[in-house]
Design a protein around this ligand. Sequence first.
Ligand SMILES: *Cc1c(COP(=O)(O)O)cnc(C)c1O
Length: 226
Amino acid sequence: MADRVIDPDDVAERLAAVRARIASTGVDPAAVTILAVTKGHPVEAIDAAVAVGLDEVGENYAQELVAKHAERPDLDVRWHMIGHVQTNKVRSLAPIVALWQSVDRPSLVKELAKRAPGAAVLVQVNVSGEASKSGVAPDDAEALVERARAAGLDVRGLMTIAEAAPADVVGPQFALLRGLVDRLGLVECSMGMTGDLEVAVAEGATIVRLGTALFGPRPGTAGLRH
Ligand SMILES: *Cc1c(COP(=O)(O)O)cnc(C)c1O
């Protein structure tokens, strides 16, 4: 099956729509970092992101991130790891990743401290309590933040994936994360995806992670990837 071609003009149009969605909440779009989530798309999605002025790129899978970086080693972008990280993948990711968004357990903190000393990280929090989601429970976020700091990592903030649910359910989940970010004296609050962007921004997201909203549906992967 042929990969769908990513047309930078389409991405530019979609980016304008994203900025309008952010502005509809009353928040200045320039105040929110838009992370281009290119997982499941060919490397040309990254070229398109760069062409429209986005310079932060997120991938979910270690192998896919390493492979895409190998195809575009000299691009002036910041690579974010946003998916579950097996500790045995840290070594290959360490020279590439600028922000580790999915730090969810002490063993990963330990491996990062060893292979990527001082790395910038977000602690992932499971705000919905769903068993299918990674992240520490909200009550355990502070302990993992402390542990990461003690290990010399640069804890920039927290990240979450909310439940696929209506705004009245998701809003309080995002508010919970924002409250934790503030209480722990952190800066970054990474929350909001294509489906729940406005709710996240209204609740104080500093980074939104957008795949579908920028690049359209992920090709040929229905049900296989998320
Ligand atoms: C896939 C993914 C996104 C982007 O999802 P879209 O709904 O396509 O915007 C954001 N964050 C994480 C952690 C993801 O896995």
